[in-house]
Structure formats: structure tokens, C-alpha cells
Design a protein around this ligand. Structure first.
Ligand code: AHR
Length: 330
């Protein structure tokens, strides 16, 4: 009996050993991050309120703002619970100008608390050029932002002076960033996602402006080539930037970029995009065109809550931007 093991058996055993090690390694996984415990809310939270943004503040209140379908004003609500926002009184904190900039298409406000003051980021066209959409900032030092005192801090200037909207801000590794959607004629029609460090004021940016996503997948380019409405959450050492894609009809959906929290976020290669939408129309639940989300946290702090808009019907006649029935859900 030849006691030398034939080479083909050695090779076979080596393959088995590698597969076995892989399986064992796969089974001995590092404990997965705990999923958020489920919480229940009654939806919709608000009819005819698109691009919803909820900010949970340290004062015990949730602050809510969203796009009103008339595109003519910025509204705020506050309540001590997320469900309470549904019936909370609504205050108009600012109205569009009758002439000049900030005079039309008042879109997608977000409310943030930065260095002891409140800021509202929003997009607006001009009264005399309603598609000259740019990003603007309001500020108040009032502890209760529903009590007024709002000052117009002006436009967020970016290297390109083009169609720009949907500004959001977040802090990662102690650095505050601004992310937004903007057209770049060199890229083509539609909007891409950009990221920059916030500058010396909450209405300025500084340093490198990184283009971190361009609509390239088919689900990003139905009706229009759209990446917009960025929103960031950081969990378990990673940043997740969801964004909205395609036209604002039933094709509207969420995509997601992921980066390591310690990566150079201003390098586009740090971000990887899901190949398919992470949230899309669902005929069985009757939710169509879900998108332009933000994130908040449940009352007990244990659950991450997706805040988004949808419609309860698929077919829209005319420009979907003129359909008023995007409503807020959580
Ligand atoms: O709701 C108005 C605009 O519609 C938002 O700014 C944008 O995200 C979407 O296209």
C-alpha cells in the first residue's frame, strides 16, 4: 500500500479544510448590532406634509417641519411624543418673499439645533424665476423656535451656482458636515449628492466639496435623474446616508450610501451605494413613492425611526410636484 497520500487527495483535503475554516469563521460571527426594538405609531402622522423632518431635542420636545403643498411657507410643530405631532398645533415661522430670492418653491425645510441656536435649512426659487432654486438658512436664538425671532442668514454659497436643494447637516467624528443635492451641467441633467465641511457659520461651507453620488441606476433615473434629500444616521461605526431617487411620483424611492465612520468622508470612494432601493413603493401596503426621509429616535431612546412621506395612490395626473397629497409617516 503506497503510504504516500496521492496529490489529488491532498488537494481535495486542502479545499475541504479551507471551506471548513470559512464556515467556522462565518459561524463565529461578532455579535450583530442589536436591532431596534419595534415600536408602533398610528400613520399617517400628517396629511399633505412632504419631505418631513423631525428633530428630537434635549428639551423633551420633538420638533417637526415639512413641505406644505402650497410651497409658500415654513411650518413648525412640537410635541413631547412622536404621535403627539399628529395633533400638535402648527405655527408658521416664515413666509416666502413677494419679490426676489426666497420667493417661490419653498421646499424641504429641516430644523437643527447647532451651538445653542436653531437653524432651518430650506430651498427656494425666486419670485421672478421660480426654478432658480438655491439653499437658504434661517436662525433664531429663541429657546422655543415656535416663538419666532427668526433671522434670514441668506444663501448657502457653493462653488457651482446651480439648482441646489435639500440641505442637511450632521456631525461625524467631531466634524460638522453639510450635504445637499445639486445640478452640475458637466455631469448632466438632474441632481447629484454633495458633501462638505461646514464653515465658520451654519450657513457656510469650507474646503473640499465632494460629489459622493450621481444617479446612475435605472431606479434613480425614472422621470428625472435624481439623487436628493440626503439624511444621515450613524450606528455601529458606520454612517448611513439615505437619499431619494427618481421623479417624485410612485417611482420615488430611497437609496443608501454607507461609509465607515472613520473614513475620509470627503472622498467619494469612501461611500458605497446599494445596488437596489432600500425603500420603495409597496402595492400591498398601499404606500407609493416613499421618500425624502429623516431619522429620529423613539421616546425611550431605544429605536431608530424612519420619517418619510408617501402617497396612498400610485397614479398621478400632471406633474407630481403639483400633487398635494404627500403625507408624513413614521
Ligand atoms: O417637495 C419639494 C421637493 O420635492 C423637495 O425639495 C425634493 O426633495 C423633491 O424633489
Amino acid at each position: 500500500m503506497n503510504n504516500v497520500v496521492p496529490r489529488w487527495i491532498v488537494r481535495r483535503l486542502a479545499v475541504v479544510a479551507v471551506v471548513a475554516m470559512t464556515v467556522v469563521a462565518g459561524l463565529v460571527v461578532t455579535p450583530a448590532a442589536q436591532a431596534s426594538p419595534a415600536v408602533q405609531y398610528t400613520n399617517p402622522l400628517a396629511e399633505q406634509r412632504a419631505d418631513p423632518h423631525i428633530f428630537k431635542h434635549t428639551d423633551g420636545f420633538y420638533y417637526f417641519t415639512a413641505t406644505a403643498p402650497e410651497y409658500d411657507r415654513i411650518i413648525l410643530r412640537r410635541a413631547t411624543t412622536i404621535q403627539g405631532l399628529a395633533s400638535a398645533p402648527e405655527t408658521v415661522i416664515w413666509r416666502k418673499h413677494t419679490t426676489g430670492e426666497m420667493g417661490a418653491h419653498i421646499w424641504a425645510p429641516e430644523i437643527h439645533f447647532i451651538n445653542g441656536k436653531w437653524y432651518v435649512y430650506f430651498a427656494a426659487g425666486r419670485a421672478d424665476d421660480i426654478w432658480k432654486i438655491r439653499m437658504y438658512v434661517l436662525e433664531t436664538s429663541n429657546a422655543n423656535p415656535l416663538s419666532g425671532g427668526w433671522v434670514e442668514r441668506g444663501r448657502i454659497s457653493t462653488p457651482l451656482d446651480t439648482f441646489s436643494l435639500d440641505a442637511t447637516t450632521f456631525v461625524a467624528n467631531g466634524v460638522r458636515y453639510l450635504s445637499w443635492a445639486q445640478n452640475d451641467p458637466a455631469v448632466g441633467t438632474g441632481t447629484n449628492l454633495y458633501l462638505a465641511r461646514m464653515g465658520s457659520t451654519p450657513w457656510t461651507i469650507t474646503g473640499t466639496v465632494a460629489r459622493i453620488s450621481v444617479p446612475t441606476y435605472s431606479w434613480e433615473t425614472v422621470g428625472h435623474r435624481v439623487n436628493e434629500g440626503p439624511s444621515v444616521i450613524e450606528r455601529n461605526g458606520r454612517l448611513f446616508m439615505t437619499y431619494s431617487a427618481s421623479a417624485t411620483d410612485a417611482n420615488y424611492c430611497l437609496g443608501m450610501l454607507t461609509a465607515s465612520s472613520t473614513a475620509n468622508l470627503l472622498s467619494a470612494s469612501s461611500w458605497s451605494k446599494t445596488a437596489t432601493p432600500v425603500f420603495a413603493s409597496n402595492t400591498s401596503t398601499g404606500q407609493y413613492g416613499p421618500g425624502h426621509n429623516s431619522f429620529t429616535v423613539s421616546e425611550d431612546g431605544q429605536s431608530d425611526i424612519l420619517v418619510y412621506h408617501d402617497r396612498n395612490y400610485r397614479d398621478i395626473s400632471g406633474d407630481p410636484l403639483n400633487d398635494p397629497n404627500r403625507r408624513t409617516r413614521v
